[in-house]
Design a protein around this ligand. Structure first.
Ligand code: ASP
Ligand code: MG
Length: 405
């Protein structure tokens, strides 16, 4: 017997037929003797519509009322799902976050879960009842409902799995797992049977949008075994687990890319202490996230500083740097938004040399110029011209032996 949290995303509960289908999945887990708790998202498109209504009435709407409105999407699904389970002969009841309660902080619209009172749910699960819990929301210190930010029901499910000490948290979605790279670019991309939390986080932050990043962070911290699988097929998904659970770890798990990149070069900055702080301080204060950074010192005591940022931050960053020109004393700025970041990710890099050099050699063979390089313990990223994105991803996928047979 296992204790399982089953989470269903918006496309998995998009209409009544889909809800019935998922109820049958739950039914078969219950019949297999498992204790099951369900977490649901709003039906596909519902949250977008609710958010739209708030915005139409007032661009600067009260965040507490926004939460009151958008939290209803999950309430509808939870009730319907419980009805579908009951109709299938499974004992079930719906729970809204505040009823459990799932206690959050007071950041309405982007709240974080502080604690979950799991006792009553566990008591009922032990006697065969299935709780159907609204994802995405909880109870704030002001006594009102708070939501967790878009995509937050993944985080609800992981937090509940941690609180209930579940053996597994199954995330049912519209993709059937995590792939070695984007299957739309590389036909030979393979579904990974297992991936580590660290790799999943790196892949998620560089564009593989399967799980809310926060949910993976939480799963890693609380050691919740996550499984990503499709609610449209019965194929096994991808398990996100601890490194120790993966035998024969490949050196490179996957290749991610991001086209949402821009590059700024600040030319001939005086090379003295405090310059980086003067340059990046105002950007940080304006919430402009800087990613890769390179600095080159010239013989004349000046330096060229190149960094990357999100495309949407480019206009703001240029303005901020223009404002700081006199204080910093640089010669000029060039910017380029026709760039892409390609990242090779794998925990095996910690113990294997040569991953970066394979990357550089592979790109050289395709005559792709590398503009910026950055590395972390389990990732090597390069910035290249955007037009080479697909060529680079395909070539690297082959070079690291990831192509499906
Ligand atoms: N319904 C919410 C959203 O669309 C939460 C979720 O589905 O994870 O963002
Ligand atoms: Mg989602």
């Amino acid at each position: 017997m296992a204790r399982i949290v089953m989470k269903f995303g918006g496309t998995s509960v998009a209409d009544l037929d889909r809800i019935r289908t998922q109820a049958r999945r739950v039914e078969s887990e219950v019949e297999a003797g498992h204790e099951v708790a369900v977490v649901v998202s709003a039906m596909a498109g519902v949250t977008d519509e609710l958010v739209g209504w708030c915005q139409q009435l007032s661009a600067l709407h009260d965040a507490r009322e926004y939460d009151t409105v958008v939290a209803t999407g999950e309430q509808v699904t939870a009730g319907l799902f419980a009805i579908a389970l009951q109709a299938a002969g499974v004992e079930a009841r719906s729970w809204q976050g505040w009823q459990i309660p799932i206690v959050t902080d007071g950041a309405h619209g982007a709240a974080r879960i502080r604690s979950i009172e799991g006792k009553e749910l566990l008591r009922r699960m032990a006697i065969g009842q299935v709780p159907v819990v609204t994802g995405f929301q909880g109870l704030a210190p002001d006594g009102r409902v708070a939501t967790l930010g878009r995509g937050g029901s993944d985080t609800s499910a992981v937090a509940l799995a941690a609180a209930l000490r579940a053996d597994r948290c199954d995330i049912y979605t519209d993709v059937d797992g995590v792939y070695t790279t984007d299957p739309r670019i590389v036909v030979k991309a393979r579904k990974l049977a297992r991936i580590t939390y660290e790799e999943m986080l790196e892949l998620a932050s560089v564009g593989a949008k399967v799980l809310q990043t926060r949910s993976v962070e939480l799963a890693m911290k609380a050691r919740v075994r996550l499984q990503v699988l499709s609610s449209f097929t019965d194929a096994p998904g991808t398990l996100v687990v601890d490194e120790e659970e993966i035998v024969e770890q490949p050196v490179v798990a996957g290749i991610a890319y991001s086209r949402d990149e821009a590059k700024i070069t600040v030319r001939r900055v005086p090379d003295r202490p405090g310059i980086a702080a003067a340059l990046f301080g105002p950007l940080a204060a304006a919430n402009v996230n800087v990613d890769m950074i390179v600095q080159n010192v010239a013989a004349d005591g000046t330096t060229d500083l190149t960094f990357t940022l999100s495309k949407s931050d480019l206009p703001r960053a240029r303005q901020l740097l223009a404002d700081a020109r006199e204080a910093i004393g640089y010669a000029g700025i060039t910017a380029d938004s026709d760039v892409a970041k390609i990242s090779v990710v794998g925990v095996g890099m910690r113990s294997h040399a040569g991953v970066a050099s394979t990357m550089f050699r592979t790109l050289a063979e395709k005559a792709i110029n590398i503009q910026v390089i950055s590395t972390s313990e389990i990732k090597v990223s390069v910035l290249i011209g955007a037009e080479y994105t697909e060529l680079a991803v395909r070539a690297l996928h082959t070079a690291y032996g990831l192509d499906a047979a």
